[in-house]
Design a protein around this ligand. Structure first.
Ligand code: ADP
Ligand code: MG
Length: 301
């Protein structure tokens, strides 16, 4: 098949591995810089142009859209969908996953386990907001943060109040969340492809840190999932409408809770921790599912 990886970084581990795994399975794989794509939207024949010419017809695109280019990146993916190209993750699903609050609302609607989470605009009832999620210690998060930046642990109610008021004063959108202390600074990244968890790793935060992000010095190790954890990850991916994603789970005392669902999960950490050919599994999914117009929304919405 002829497959495009939409990525800004041809040298990034995930991009390189996708090219390598695709070629190894006999595909032709191009890396296309998302921000250099431009779109012909006026005619009945939607097209994506690149470097002065229309792009060839691809059987599938693999979007690797960084969080800083969500708006333009999802427009490019939508354009491919309109052309009938199979997108491994649909544009609407990517947009959905980028908004932590929207994701939480959708997951809660379908009964997926979540940490108790609150969201408010006005600082009038901050004390009640804090009480609502179970009081301090609690976690305050910027809605569009990533790699652990913008995630703060407030140890006391007074600290929580000041942090929440400060963020609100800056007009930043935040959510306030119950702190899952029993997770002990660890979370589980479940890598889901085509409705199955194909690899999982435990990430342990560095000493004195509660955020387990590998970018924050977290250490990854292989983990065996419980049936409940596996089912939670699969369900979360389904609710979000993502074929390929990383579902991050915390082990709370009453069972697994979903922290976030990432639509462009990195391959380096998970492949190194598990020794699995996760990139190859993404191509296996494409081989089974890539048919023209085989996306749910076909560029609508
Ligand atoms: P980001 O998108 O920046 O990665 P996350 O919501 O994943 O933001 O939070 C970063 C890290 O902080 C998580 O990987 C986890 O280790 C820790 N964390 C986040 N929320 C909670 C919580 N409610 N309770 C305990 N730890 C949390
Ligand atoms: Mg995270």
């Amino acid at each position: 098949m002829k497959i495009a990886v939409l990525s800004r970084g041809p040298g990034l581990y995930s991009t390189r591995r996708l090219v390598e795994a695709g070629v190894a399975r006999g595909h032709e794989v191009d890396v296309i810089d998302t921000l250099h794509c431009y779109m012909d939207i006026t005619s009945n024949r939607p097209a994506v142009r690149y470097k002065g010419e229309p792009l060839p017809e691809y059987d599938a695109v693999i979007p690797r859209i960084g969080s800083s280019i969500t708006f333009y990146g999802t427009s490019v993916v939508r354009q491919f969908e309109m052309m009938g190209t199979f997108a491994v993750n649909e544009s609407v699903a990517i947009s959905r996953s980028r908004d932590k609050l929207r994701s939480m609302q959708l997951l809660s609607r379908k009964g997926v386990g979540l940490p108790r989470t609150g969201f408010a605009h006005s600082p009038d009832n901050v004390k009640d907001l804090i009480k609502m999620v179970g009081g301090a210690p609690l976690v305050v998060k910027l809605l569009e943060g990533t790699q652990g930046i913008g995630v703060v642990l407030a140890e006391t109610s007074k600290a929580a109040e000041s942090i929440i008021e400060a963020f609100m004063g800056l007009k930043a959108n935040i959510l306030v969340q119950e702190y899952i202390k029993e997770a002990g600074g660890a979370d589980i990244r479940c890598f889901v492809v085509g409705g199955k968890v194909v690899a999982a790793m435990k990430r342990q935060a560095a000493e004195g840190e509660f955020r387990s992000n590998l970018h924050r010095g977290g250490q990854a190790t292989l983990v065996k999932l419980s049936a409940k954890e596996r089912a939670t990850a699969v369900n979360a991916a389904k609710v979000m409408g993502l074929n390929v994603c990383g579902v991050d789970i915390l082990q709370a005392k009453d069972g697994p809770v979903v922290m976030e669902v990432n639509s462009s999960p990195g391959l380096e950490g998970i492949e190194n921790a598990t020794g699995k050919d996760v990139a190859g599994m993404i191509f296996e999914f494409i081989e089974k599912n890539a048919r023209p117009n085989n996306t749910r929304t076909k560029g609508q919405g």
